[in-house]
Design a protein around this ligand. Structure first.
Ligand code: GTQ
Ligand code: FE2
Length: 359
């Protein structure tokens, strides 16, 4: 028998086995399946760049035409990846929430961890289990899983913020739980902003045993503190990949602020030419201020204030700034999950030209 006949008969044998085995809930590998064990990660997620001018126009429209009540009492514009069936990345949904003055996003709790990074406006408060926090531009507020939360807008202008939930991975794990609260909103504790008053300095903490790191005791990170930390970091040796970069840390133990999500602040200064690199996991960037450029798999994203970008797993990318103003990026990535699984890998490329060829 010739080799090609052998191969053809193998294909036929496997096809016939597929029929029979399938009825018993069994499978064997088929030749037409895409390979699972690729040398390096392959992802159907595509690099994305959303421009603020487009997002803003849609948001203003949604603010007019969508009421809050259906759809879980939230008005959100979700950043979807056309390569994925679900999510902004395999781990997250990043959405932009829009709330009009006087509106109430009613209380509930859910298993996905969430955070908000405030983009525009003021006067809206969020209540996380009785701790009521003002939300001002550039603040980061956490809603760790299963904590009750509601948002009440007492200000005069619409408010816009970024929400990120680790809902793609939670859905994959079939681990979504959700409870609505009996009332619309929660009562406020006698001593509001407790977590902030206890742990917000980042330097001091309440006396007694050290808090356990599993549950971040701090719910809010202020813009002012992040800004001063970033100013200090400008005096450090530039990071060859990310220029100036710091992580929002869990003050108990120093890990990421949430178990699945690492939030970071980055400044790309004029003249910076970052090294091309790739790593496991996915990330989403929000351009907090200024402008710059990120080249992802050979596609050039010239970003400006208010834009969003997403980077797929193992995509080659580098940051640069050919302009005259600093670019300030807020970012979330899922590196804590991969690190927990002892499989976070990063590669810095000496020569990006080959890897950067448009894929
Ligand atoms: O504000 O509680 O974007 O529960 C998605 C789900 C926001 C929220 C989202 C949510 C929220
Ligand atoms: Fe929520």
């Amino acid at each position: 028998m010739s080799e090609s006949t052998l191969v053809e008969s193998d294909v036929e044998v496997r096809r016939q086995l597929r029929e029979r085995l399938g009825k018993d809930g069994l499978k064997i590998a088929q030749p037409d399946e895409p390979p699972l064990f690729t040398r390096t990660p392959e992802s159907p997620m595509v690099p994305m760049h959303w421009r603020w001018e487009d997002l803003h126009a849609y948001l203003e429209e949604l603010g007019q035409v969508l009421s809050l009540e259906p759809g879980g009492d939230r008005r959100t514009l979700r950043l979807a990846n056309p390569g994925l069936e679900y999510g902004t990345t395999p781990t997250f949904w990043a959405s932009i929430q829009y709330i009009n003055p006087g509106e109430v996003a009613t209380a509930h709790r859910h298993t996905p961890d969430a955070f908000r990074f405030i983009m525009h406006g003021n006067g809206c408060t969020t209540n996380v289990e009785g701790e009521k926090y003002d939300m001002n531009e550039g603040d980061l507020v956490l809603t760790p899983n299963w904590m009750w939360h509601d948002h009440v807008h007492e200000g005069k202008e619409p408010m816009i913020w970024l929400d990120v939930l680790d809902v793609s991975v939670m859905k994959k794990l079939h681990n979504i739980y959700f409870d609505p609260y009996e009332q619309g909103t929660q009562p406020v504790n006698d001593y509001p902003e407790t977590s902030w008053r206890e742990f917000g300095s980042g330097l001091m903490r309440p006396v007694g045993p050290a808090p356990r790191p599993e549950r971040n005791p701090l719910l809010v990170y202020s813009k002012a503190q992040a800004d001063s930390a970033m100013e200090l970091a400008k005096g450090l040796r530039p990071d060859p990949l990310d220029d100036v970069i710091l992580e929002y840390q869990n003050p108990a133990g120093g890990g990421s602020a949430l178990p699945s999500m690492s939030m970071k602040s980055q400044i790309i200064r004029p003249g910076f030419q970052g090294k091309a690199h790739r790593h496991g996991g996915s990330k989403v960037y929000y351009v907090q201020e200024g402008s710059g450029t990120t080249i992802v798999n050979g596609r050039r994203f010239d970003w400006n204030k208010g834009d969003f970008m997403s980077i797929p797993p193992w995509a080659t990318h580098r940051h640069l700034n050919e302009g005259t103003v600093e670019g300030r990026l807020f970012r979330v990535d899922d590196s804590p999950i991969l690190r927990y699984l002892n499989t976070y890998h990063e590669e810095v490329l000496a020569d990006a030209s080959e890897a950067e060829k448009q894929r």
